[in-house]
Design a binder for this molecule. Structure first.
Ligand code: UN1
Length: 506
């Protein structure tokens, strides 16, 4: 495929998805495909004034949308799910083109969007509150969940479409409007999602204008949204560094946040582990998506009795894994997103070596020349948990360290700043249950005999500590997108005061 044909494929695919060629040309933000470095589009960024106007409009839309019954709001998300089913192949391909994911992962991401739509449709009839026993006669106490307002969504390049849908599907059934700022590295997938959503909105018929929109901008555009008083909730996915800035800024104006930040996810391999299962799970968790998931397995603690066997098997997997252009091959590992990612990977490997690490893999692989960054995933044997192991490097690096005592392994796993995902491989029920207990993994996701990545949408997704504490997606994550009112109703003829207080004014 010649360089220019990638651009024409982009125009053709985006056209099929409903985005005009004009929207892809002449803009001030260049979009490069990480698959070969080619410039595939130039899109227009929004000014601060445009973003503010968009938020004002979303706020007006919210005032209407909050009065629409939940199940009817669910109908819009059902239509979105239908449109996504129809566009799955094309949107999945744009994810591969723009984010460099291998085809099954690009498609998997769109499947995750379809799944959350299904979930949200059911949820639209289940925005339940509690009825609570009251201490007063002839009284009823209950909770009501109300729509919150404008939800600002900030998403990262690595899940350029799914993370938006987790937020938008829930926010919309909960009666909110949404404004989305995608990563400036992946605006095309966002333009495609907007076109898909616009088709669902057209079929829906009478949704208020400006209900769910997006804008392309660099960081300063995101700041406009973060600081805007009419954005009730900012749901931000990205680095811990970004979250450290977003969190306090939103808190300053008493807005709400859902923060889904860095992960430095670990696995523990115990003496009884099913080794075949563990190797496959760890290989996918560490090398899948070229190590660019927030749930990627980055650290591994292996019991000394299994260590040599595990390292030998992993080395084989690392040296044998196929690396290639996701648009043209069925390789399992695609490119890093850009040169910065490659520089960070190299830096971390240098630092690991300086800390006594032995590196297998990690070298650059020439797939499509100098303007794209393909690397063999790196397996790094570390004598102890030290140096770069404490940092999240968004690249395919897996550090492996030996342990002899289970409690030490647990302590090492919890000894980092982030607290997103974790896993244990064991057939020993005591180890498994301890890992899941209050003294076990301190992460938001803790798995047994499953890797750290690839969570289903049905569970709440997010993590503790420097991961930010937010939860998105399934379970009761919807509650973060609504405000709770406690209502007490007196249907009697007296006015008893709570706690037996007397206050007789006659
Ligand atoms: C992310 O990397 O930001 O659990 C999200 C997973 C995916 C989501 C990852 N379902 O790996």
């Amino acid at each position: 495929m010649s360089a220019s044909s990638l651009k024409s494929e982009t125009i053709e695919l985006m056209g099929k998805l409903g985005v005009s060629q004009a929207a892809l040309e002449g803009g001030d933000l260049a979009v490069h495909s990480p698959t070969n470095g080619e410039k595939i589009a130039e899109v227009k960024t929004s000014s601060a004034a445009e973003i503010k106007a968009q938020i004002e409009k979303a706020h007006e839309a919210f005032k209407v949308w909050r009065t629409v019954p939940g199940p009817r709001r669910g109908e819009l998300v059902r239509l979105l799910g239908e449109e996504l089913r129809a566009s799955k192949e094309d949107l999945g391909r744009v994810v591969s083109l723009e984010a460099g994911k291998i085809p099954s992962e690009g498609l998997g991401e769109v499947q995750e969007m379809i799944d959350i739509c299904d979930f949200a449709v059911g949820l639209s009839r289940q925005l339940y509150g509690l009825t609570i026993a009251t201490e007063r006669a002839d009284h009823r106490m209950m909770e009501t969940w109300h729509p919150l307002g404008v939800v600002g969504i900030i998403s990262a390049f690595n899940f350029p479409v799914a993370v938006w849908s987790w937020n938008a599907a829930l926010a919309l059934v909960c009666g909110n409007s949404t404004v989305w700022k995608p990563s400036e590295k992946t605006p095309l997938t966002a333009l495609a999602c907007q076109a898909i959503l616009d088709r669902a909105l057209a079929k829906f018929g009478d949704a208020p204008e400006g209900l769910a929109t997006m804008f392309v901008a660099e960081r300063d555009g995101g700041e406009v949204m973060v600081d805007h008083e009419k954005v009730a909730l900012v749901s931000a996915t990205g680095s811990t560094r970004m979250g450290r800035q977003v969190g306090p800024r939103v808190a300053q104006r008493f807005g709400r946040t859902i923060l889904e930040l860095g992960g430095n996810n670990a696995g523990i391999v115990c003496p009884s582990a099913d080794m075949d299962m563990a190797v496959r799970a760890i290989a996918f968790g560490a090398m899948g998506t070229a190590g660019q998931r927030c749930t990627t397995t980055r650290r591994l603690f292996v019991h000394e009795s299994m260590y040599d066997d595990m390292v030998a098997r992993l080395k084989k997997a690392y040296l044998g894994v196929t690396i290639g252009d996701p648009l043209k091959s069925d390789a399992l590992v695609g490119p890093l997103i850009d040169k910065d990612a490659a520089d960070n990977m190299n830096k971390a490997l240098e630092s690991a070596k300086a800390s006594g690490g032995t590196v297998t893999g990690g070298e650059r692989v020439d797939v499509n020349g100098d303007a794209s960054y393909y690397y063999r995933p790196a397996l790094v044997e570390m004598p102890e948990q030290t140096g770069p192991m404490f940092e999240e490097t968004f690249a395919p690096i897996l550090y492996v360290t030996k342990y002899s005592d289970f409690d030490d392994a647990l302590e090492m796993q919890n000894a980092v700043g982030a607290g997103l995902s974790s896993c244990i491989f064991t057939l020993n029920v005591r180890e498994a249950e301890k890992f899941l207990s209050a003294v076990g993994s301190d992460c938001g996701i803790a798995n047994v005999n499953i890797g750290t990545s690839g969570a289903e949408i049905g569970g709440a997704f997010g993590g503790e500590k420097e991961t930010g504490g937010g939860r998105e997606s399934g379970s009761d994550a919807w509650k973060a997108y609504m405000r709770r009112a406690t209502n007490t109703v007196n249907y009697g003829t007296a006015l008893p005061l709570a706690q037996g207080v007397s206050f007789d004014i006659e």
